[in-house]
Design a protein around this ligand. Structure first.
Ligand code: AMP
Ligand code: TRP
Length: 331
């Protein structure tokens, strides 16, 4: 069975963009592949988070993953920092990564622009750590968003460089596992771009939003002045809401409103009210699961302890082989 790895930076609350863009796909993959999903807490140190925030965010991310349906019986769910083989392999791979190629990474250049007073070495070698996350399990498939494709290309470069330098065929070439375009991007409720926390609280539906908050946010979502002639092209903001409806409402509901848009009888108030109710129904079970799991400290610890153990087992096999290959041998 192919090995899959994906990581997520710890965050306090995930939204439906994260769900449809990432987590939902992980849930589908866990029954088809040998999956390793982890919270990338080493990676998050590049921004120097407050220790209490870091710890709370790791916890919340794990809880939300579980609430969305990741099943520790079907996949390995762990915290990156519970696997000491990762920083050890990272050290080895830092010797194989060149300054020039690291400086050319788009994410690094972006950080140099956006945070010039914190261009630390960890940012520069972020792609090496990410590569190691993947190759430490000798993974073949990596479900990631578009912004991570360059890192994946660098992963292949580092893996091939290792193989070439040591004359082995040890690391396979991991490939991006791309989701269908449809699930790739959830639009923002303000009508522009994709849903993202950075655009403001009211433009995002969180997985733990309460029902009234969801209704309010949906009612405030941007629309336009309405169709003036039959079968007109939808404005971006209205198209966005139809896209969301396609994902969470029944096909009948979608068809009904699509038709009423096309014959100009649509009332956006009713449309958004329906969308709000369907969103409430969609979020409710996830929110309840989040609450339930949050109250069960023993379960969260058990999941992380067992996940960590399985991840270390897989990682230590790789590391033992690597130590042998590079010449760290017993006499
Ligand atoms: P972020 O919260 O931006 O770090 O994203 C974490 C994961 O969620 C990545 O895999 C993103 O591709 C995915 N993601 C975030 N926002 C959206 C969105 N609006 N639509 C689809 N996927 C998203
Ligand atoms: N860099 C990824 C992001 O920002 C998170 C990540 C870290 C990751 N290590 C990974 C993703 C390994 C896939 C595989 O989203």
């Amino acid at each position: 069975m192919d090995i899959v790895v994906s990581g997520v930076r710890p965050t306090n609350r995930q939204h439906i963009g994260n769900y449809f863009g990432a987590v939902k796909n992980f849930v589908e993959m866990q029954s088809q592949y040998n999956c390793y999903f982890f919270v990338a807490d080493y990676h998050s140190l590049t921004t120097h988070p407050h220790p209490a925030d870091l710890s709370a965010n790791v916890r919340q991310t794990v809880i939300e993953y579980l609430a969305c349906g990741l099943d520790p019986e079907k996949c390995v769910l762990y915290r990156q920092s519970d696997v000491p083989q990762i920083p050890e392999l990272y050290l080895v791979f830092n010797m194989l990564a060149y300054l020039g190629e690291l400086e050319r990474a788009a994410t690094f250049k972006e950080k140099v622009r956006s945070q010039p007073d914190n261009v630390n070495a960890g940012l520069l070698t972020y792609p090496v750590l990410m590569a190691v996350d993947i190759i430490v399990h000798r993974a073949l498939k990596v479900p990631v968003g578009k912004d991570q494709l360059q890192h994946l290309e660098m992963t292949r470069t580092f893996a091939n460089r290792f193989n070439h330098l040591y004359g082995v065929e040890y690391f396979p070439e991991p490939q991006a596992f791309s989701f269908s375009e449809k699930s790739a991007s959830i639009p923002s409720l303000d009508g522009e771009g994709k849903m993202s926390k950075s655009k403001g609280e009211s433009t995002v539906i969180y997985l733990d939003d309460d029902s009234d908050t969801i209704r309010k946010k949906m009612m405030r979502a941007k629309t336009d002045t309405g169709p003036t002639e039959p079968n007109s092209v939808k404005s971006q903001s209205v198209q966005n809401l139809f896209d969301i409806m396609q994902l969470i409402s029944s096909q009948d509901t979608y068809n009904f409103f699509n038709e009423s848009f096309n014959n100009c009888t649509i009332r956006y108030g009713d449309f958004k009210k329906q969308l709000g109710e369907d969103m409430v129904k969609f979020i409710e079970p996830i929110r309840e699961r989040i609450k339930e799991i949050s109250a069960n400290e023993a379960y969260i610890n058990k999941v992380l302890n067992e996940g960590g153990e399985k991840a270390r087992l897989s990682a230590s096999k790789t590391l033992n082989d690597v130590r042998e290959i590079i010449g760290f041998r017993k006499f």
